[in-house]
Design a protein around this ligand. Structure first.
Ligand code: HPA
Length: 279
């Protein structure tokens, strides 16, 4: 019997989506990648890429944000078979957390063991500068939502998943070594996930700093929760695309986010490529 999830998605839906993807390619990915705003460029480096549009995949939502292409790519990157999401689903688009996390569950059904999540985020830590890359050491879920709400399907994971090492210590150490070898400063800190789509007020940023957050964004937490539920090892990288509201005397804009991610593209690509090779 299939458990019905809050959005009406069951293991059967996950398997139908996975089966559709498996019919499009004989490649079987072990690493999943979710690319944030402006970071989908990594997809251009995939060899033997098979590209599938989200709207062709059964039960897949469709990404509506500028800078998010809305396609899945499967192929070889740094010698590994990967599945890459160019564009992700945000709860501010109106998707429930279980839809936001659905592709992660499909990845699991396809055999993915490790997930690399990336995002653009606002820098809360005053030591940070826009353009820094930040290794996510942990997250704070302030979205008020969770993809696991509803009956638990024990075939997908346990009812009460442990989140004490949501972001793999092992892979964080690997990422630090890579950054050192490549000669750039890799920041490390706590990512706080909010619902959006408004950027935060300066008062909210001061509150988030007090709560222990180093960077803020509108994605990632639901995907990582679903990944940990599924027993997938996670490594996360934020591109600090702007300093958070109220830190600099200037308004925030999605254009700035896109411009910064474009500027740090090569450093980002260098880190992620090396990380994939080392996984
Ligand atoms: N706040 C929230 N989300 C973001 C930001 C920010 O400052 N920058 C990029 N994504």
């Amino acid at each position: 019997m299939n458990t019905i999830h809050a959005a009406g998605l069951s293991a059967a839906h996950i398997n139908e989506a996975a089966q559709y993807i498996e019919e499009k390619t004989s490649q079987r990915p072990e690493i999943g990648l979710i690319m944030g705003s402006g970071l989908g460029v990594l997809g251009d480096h995939i060899e033997n890429a098979v590209t599938i549009q989200y709207h062709d995949i059964p039960h897949f939502p469709i990404s509506t944000v500028e800078g998010h292409a809305g396609e899945l790519m499967i192929g070889t990157l740094s010698g590994k078979t990967v599945i890459l999401m160019r564009g992700r689903f945000h709860m501010y688009e109106g998707y429930g957390p279980e839809l936001t996390a659905f592709p992660v569950r499909v990845m699991k059904a396809l055999g993915v063991k490790t997930l690399v999540v990336t995002n653009a985020a606002g820098g809360i830590n005053l030591q940070f500068d826009s353009g820094n890359l930040m290794l996510i050491s942990d997250h704070i879920n302030l979205t008020g939502k969770n993809p696991l709400i509803g009956p638990n399907d024990d075939s997908l994971g346990v009812r009460f998943p442990d989140m004490s090492e949501a972001y793999s210590k092992r892979l964080r150490a690997v990422a630090r070594d890579i950054a050192e070898g490549q000669g750039f400063t890799l920041r490390e800190g706590v990512y706080v996930g909010l619902l959006g789509p408004t950027y935060e007020t300066p008062a909210e940023i001061r509150m988030l700093r007090t709560l222990g957050a180093d960077a803020v964004g509108m994605s990632t937490v639901a995907e990582v929760i679903a990944a940990r539920h599924a027993g997938i090892e996670v490594v996360g990288i934020s591109c600090i695309s702007n300093m958070a509201a109220g830190i600099l005397d200037q308004p925030l804009s999605h254009i700035e986010v896109m411009e910064t991610t474009e500027r740090v593209k090569s450093q980002f690509l260098g880190l992620v490529n090396a990380l994939i090779a080392a996984i």
